[in-house]
Ligand binder design. Structure first.
Ligand code: SAM
Ligand code: SF4
Length: 344
């Protein structure tokens, strides 16, 4: 197979077979060409604007035990917190003041936040005129329905890996079937659905990553977040090899080639691996940034992995720095809601 021809085919038809994706993933010499093609496709389909989504990490309490995550229930070293309603609503109000159009409410799977409690928060936040993204893990169809009716617009739930055996190894007491059920329910209910994977999990194969990308297409995902996996010393995967940015960038760029009009964030994990990782991602297919507006101790304590970029910034200092960096690369900040506009 000829990589240049495959890249041209992907950029034009947005279709590749599993073997073709695998070939590009394995060809290290094709790296730069894939990133450049993804940048052109991004420009053609979603333009230069960067959509900002203000992230509120409202609880770091989680009943699950994902082997890769610092917030796992069995990690005794975390200073656990759960924000009060007032605190969450104050942050949402600040998001409006800072000029954001979307808030993302993210947290561990914390049973304290019952359907009623989440509905209450959604209704209050919706009244501020914000689009709302939820990222609180696996819930029932009825919960997702109630959240949608209360004003949630989008939902982020990464499949993490479509390798069923690997998924169930790294997510003990969770089932791959239920993860799929959640994503399908969210689609049925009319959410903009975000999914994605961790790139670089131990024992993850390139073939499974090729299948992950095809899965995004099959699901009809609206947003795709790809994180390099960063080992956390307080978790069972602490001895995994040190992560590098390039593979995650390449998977992200291939995702842009095959799903040209979706929203793709330049993730915090990418910035954590390289000081300019976020900008590199924006120049390799990404069109979204999710600035963290969590404040104070909570900001430090939402520690999925060590050295999380921006943990010591304040929401305002981050926004100023980001806007300046975006201006340098000729990327304006969007003033709209940044919905997924389907073009193919
Ligand atoms: N609890 C919800 C869930 O799992 O969907 C939302 C919060 S969870 C912390 C958000 C994402 O963090 C997960 O989907 C996972 O991909 C990512 N994550 C967890 N541990 C990580 C690590 N060590 N390196 C990079 N990303 C990680
Ligand atoms: Fe909990 Fe999400 Fe971390 Fe898993 S990834 S332990 S569900 S916060």
């Amino acid at each position: 197979m000829n990589s240049q021809a495959l890249i041209a085919k992907a950029a034009e038809t947005h279709f590749l077979t599993e073997d073709e994706i695998l070939h590009l993933l394995q060809d290290e010499t094709a790296h730069e060409a894939i990133l450049q093609a993804a940048d052109s496709v991004r420009k053609k389909y979603v333009g230069d604007e960067v959509h900002l989504r203000a992230l509120i990490e409202f609880t770091n309490i989680c009943k699950n035990n994902c082997l890769y995550c610092g917030l796992r229930a069995e990690n005794p070293c975390v200073n656990r917190y759960r924000m009060q309603d007032e605190q969450i609503l104050t942050l949402a109000q600040k998001a409006v003041t800072y000029g954001y159009k979307t808030v993302v409410l993210q947290g561990g799977e914390d049973p304290f936040f019952t359907t009623e409690k989440v509905v209450f928060l959604l209704q209050k936040i919706k009244a501020l005129g914000l689009a709302i993204t939820l990222s609180i893990g696996e819930r029932s169809y009825e919960d997702y329905q109630a959240f949608k009716q209360a004003g949630a617009d989008r939902y982020l739930l990464r499949i993490e890996t479509t390798d069923r055996a690997l998924y169930e190894k790294y997510n003990p007491n969770m089932s791959f079937e239920n993860r799929l059920r959640c994503l399908n329910d969210l689609k049925k209910l009319g959410y903009e659905v975000g999914t994605g994977i961790l790139v670089g999990l131990p024992d993850q194969t390139m073939q499974s990553i090729a299948r992950d990308i095809l899965f995004f297409k099959e699901l009809g995902a609206d947003m795709i977040g790809l994180g390099p996996f960063i080992p956390n010393p307080q978790t069972p995967l602490k001895n995994a090899p040190q992560p590098v940015l390039e593979p995650a960038l390449k998977v992200m760029a291939l995702t842009r080639l095959l799903l040209p009009d979706v929203n793709i964030p330049a993730t915090t994990a990418m910035e954590t691996l390289e000081p300019n990782g976020r900008i590199k991602a924006l120049q390799s297919g990404a069109n979204v940034v999710m600035p963290n507006i969590t404040e104070g101790e909570e900001r430090q304590n939402y520690a999925l992995y060590p050295g999380k970029a921006g943990a010591k910034d304040t929401p305002l200092s981050f926004r100023d720095k980001l806007t300046a960096k975006l201006a340098e690369i000729g990327r304006p900040v969007s003033t709209g809601y940044g919905w997924h506009k389907k073009k193919i």
